[in-house]
Design a protein around this ligand. Sequence first.
Ligand code: S3P
Ligand code: PEP
Length: 428
Amino acid sequence: MKRNPASAGLSGEIAVPGDKSISHRAVIFASLAEGTSRISGFLDAEDCLRTVEVFRAMGLQIDRDGRDLTVHGKGADRLKEPDAPLYFGNSGTTARLMSGVLAGLPLFTTAYGDESLSARPMDRVVKPLRQMGAVIEGREQGKKLPLAFSGTGLSGITYEMPVKSAQVKSAILLAGLFAEGVTTVIEAAKTRNHTETMLPEFGVEVTNDFGAISVRGGQKMKASNVDIPGDISSAAFFIVAAAVVPGSDVTIRRVGVNETRNGIIQALKKMGADINVEITDRIGKEPVADVTVKSSELEGITVEGELIANLIDEVPVLALAATQAAGTTVIKDAGELKVKETDRIQAVCDNLSLMGADITPTEDGMIIKGGTALRGAEVSSKGDHRIGMMEAVASLLAEGETTIHRPEAINISYPDFFSDLEHLLYNR
Ligand SMILES: O=C(O)C1=C[C@@H](OP(=O)(O)O)[C@@H](O)[C@H](O)C1
Ligand SMILES: C=C(OP(=O)(O)O)C(=O)O
């Protein structure tokens, strides 16, 4: 039998690509602003390129040189009606945030997505946007894509969010920029805060009164330059790999460790992981760190409540870490995972069970009995980038060969994933 390439552990340094959430927002805000914005460290992966294409289809010039973008903004009122339906691909962030924008523009637009995105709930944004006066038609009365937006005057609302979602918060705040009066979003739990921390850089006044976040409509947005830190959600795969593969010692440079995003590090540390976070810089409001991880023994924990929103995209790889921990890990309050690119509760449990893990799905999470040896198996990303990358990390721990079907899904957020992994395995 072939030796697992990870038998000597992972070692060395990498810098992961730019943050996906910040990349989407940088393009959207720069495209609504007047003047030329330069964006560096942009995530040149499928999802964020969809957002770029949406604005190009509305007549905006956006030049791209690898991970550097120049957005020639003319102000939102100069965007033109697109000739064809806008395509959001697989990207939930594009779909939700752009719904907020399209609801406020005086244009007729239609938008659709791929098979996975077409199955994801859109009523979470359509409902509050309609309350603001937006005219939106769509499949299943606007619960699903495709959607059609007919621009009209919006009015500000105060909206208490029934779901913990930064996408919903951002969609409403973006629509609020086009609305008359003040729009306020009240969060039940703190979700990623990039929208409210980045908007002021583009000249928008945002207030945050203990979780009640408000914008006044009609504010002029001005161009700004954005330097984007590395994506902690991408780094998470290597943080977990180094924590669980014996003999590992890995440093990931320039990772954004915003307090609303660093839950994976908090959870792994609680499990006993050896992780050192050295803050090296602060880009705008975003703290940036070199994260060094050495393998260690882990123990099972319960992950629930507020922490879940802080590590929502990292649950698949956290579940994998839990299979290697002593004792039981319980993940709760994570029902949102059912409406991501796949039903991630089911996808994680199906795939890790195939590899020999003791993992049981629950209504809002999973129960993982740790300390199981994994074996190679035929698994599938099911078209979900985070499931595909989790499986690749699982294969490093497995005895025997693992075949990952539909690996191309990984291009959604991390096209260089396999070359970065090879770098840490073979130092090349
Ligand atoms: O606002 C964002 O950039 C995101 C918010 C989260 O989604 P929800 O807002 O649906 O929780 C996350 O899962 C997604 O990858 C990116
Ligand atoms: C859920 C995700 O993204 P989105 O909602 O933008 O498709 C993700 O990146 O894990």
